[in-house]
Design a protein around this ligand. Structure first.
Ligand SMILES: [Zn+2]
Length: 210
């Protein structure tokens, strides 16, 4: 429930997506407010999971919002999958993105994964067993991971605003059976305002082909 999760959850709630299960383990910090538009100054120091439930319930009282203060890892993610149709990755690290991709494929659930860095973003939507997946694009999680000692990535607040909004769009379109980003990685460059769709070919050696 950071920079991507804020706009994504707001649009999904406003659109009337019937049920949202949201997992976040963080506490709101003043420095988050530049990009995490769900929150405000009076909420600094509180759990994001708790604030999220309040804000989204006030936006649309007719949808069911479950929030949990928890980390997502290999074990915890299994607890939250039951009864879900779609996984939306709004995490800030590559390990979680690879985990979401793997779990979505194993459980035959659709998912959307987005990533950002300063003025740049990427987004892909996965239809398990049918489309190429995140790991088809980045085959080596170890090699493609960022050095954990590199410190936080720089980010302009608008970048996750746009990519998180695109994630909500992908969920809504997929739910309605409209065209989405299957077999494509969308590369967003907000410096020169270009959106490039790159076709991704399903890798026969990838986890999604097994
Ligand atoms: Zn794959």
């Amino acid at each position: 429930m950071g920079g991507l999760g804020s706009p994504c959850s707001l649009y999904l709630t406003a659109a009337g997506i019937k049920e949202l299960t949201i997992i976040d383990n963080d506490v709101l910090d003043l420095s988050n407010l530049q990009r995490q538009i769900l929150y405000n100054e009076t909420q600094v120091g509180r759990d994001k999971a708790e604030i999220t439930k309040e804000v989204l319930s006030n936006l649309n009282s007719e949808i069911q919002i479950k929030t949990y203060k928890d980390y997502i890892d290999e074990n915890s993610i299994k607890k939250y999958l039951k009864g879900q149709d779609f996984i939306v990755d709004c995490s800030d690290n590559l390990q979680t993105k690879f985990l979401v991709n793997k779990v979505a494929i194993e459980n035959n659930m659709k998912c959307v994964i987005a990533g950002i860095k300063d003025f740049y973003g990427q987004i892909i939507t996965i239809n398990p067993k049918k489309s190429a997946c995140y790991q088809c694009v980045f085959p080596d999680p170890e090699k493609d991971s960022i050095d954990p000692n590199a410190g936080p990535l720089p980010v302009i607040g608008v970048t996750p605003g746009i990519l998180g909004t695109l994630e909500a769009l992908e969920v809504i379109k997929t739910t309605l059976g409209l065209p989405n980003l299957y077999d494509n990685l969308l590369m967003v460059n907000l410096l020169d305002l270009s959106f490039n769709k790159i076709q991704v070919v399903k890798d026969e050696k990838c986890i999604c082909s097994k």
